[in-house]
Design a protein around this ligand. Sequence first.
Ligand code: HEM
Length: 357
Amino acid sequence: MSNYLKYADSLEVAQMDEDALSHQIAESMARVGHAVCSRHGHAMRNAHARSHGILKGELVIDGPLPTHLAQGLFSQPGRYPVVIRLSSSPGETGPDSQPAARGFAIKVLGVAGNKVLPDDSGHTQDFLLVNSPSIAFGDVRSYQCMQDFLERAELDPDGMAGAAAKLKRTPDPKLESMLTEVQHANSNHILGETFYSMAAVRFGEYVAKISVAPASNEVRALTGTPVDTLHRPSAFRDLVVDFFRQHGAEYDLRAQLCTDLAHMPIEDAAVVWDEKSSPQQVIARIVIPRQEAYSPARQAYGDEVLSFSPWHAIEAHRPLGSIMRIRRTVYEQSSLFRHTTNGEPRREPEDISELPD
Ligand code: HEM
């Protein structure tokens, strides 16, 4: 295929006032993170604080792939150990009935290649995915508006409900539509969902968005199955644990290559890339065996020791675009704060045996 957009550094274009807006977002997230920490007496992730399962698996690159897909990590057939953390999006642990997006964060171990960050000595490649193809606040300017609302909710005695009620008095249509999207997030079985990077990454010579879709029968059967979260505060954890006591699972890892920057922008992650113009193409399988998915030791390791970031990446999978650039600062800040506050050393796993059973 010849119409895939070629990667070049010049594809990224900073937004007006991006540095100032990024600074405001980071400062606001830090203030909210401190407030959550004093409430719980424990520092947690500024986003995706609540986990539902920590899984051990394997990334299998059957190969050889066609040239346009044989890029970066996927350039050679191979098998790599992976750790997967399943989560919900709020930056404070709460019951599963809270409307939230679900996360599927993959850490690939034993990866060779130049890392994007100069001080990253780990051999890991992370892919952070959420169960939506786009992020409503898809650039730094709109994200700042959302973060400002989240901080107002933190300070409001009535929390989100109070901040949303005040918003009705001074309407902001864009923010309201973003909130509606969050409030209507589904509560379907997490293992049947499809998860997306929402923002773009370099894909070797090209540019792509990455996604994961259920492939084996047992997880495909769960797609669209609603979960009663009102009467079961930890429904997702219970379902994940029950599932992996009985079955293994397989997911397809896919790349959607950019063919046209005008309709598939890098700088606005709110735009869904049309699958008719460029389909999802399978690049690897994620194979997860039967296991104990959430033992106390697993949970402690996944929540307290591990950090996932799109910037834990080799140069061939460099994160791209406005929303990715702000993530460079805030993931480091969030991880540094919680590890330092909780007295946990920060280190990237070198071997899968570091993940407790
Ligand atoms: C492309 C859109 C995004 C996706 C797909 C995404 C996905 C995720 C996922 C799956 C996690 C959980 C990782 C884990 O299990 O440890 C996470 C954590 C986090 N996200 Fe995002 N996210 C996105 C955008 C953002 C943005 C725009 C911000 C803030 C400006 C942000 C801030 C954070 C923070 C602070 C954490 C916790 C980091 C830590 O303490 O280790 N994310 N994200």
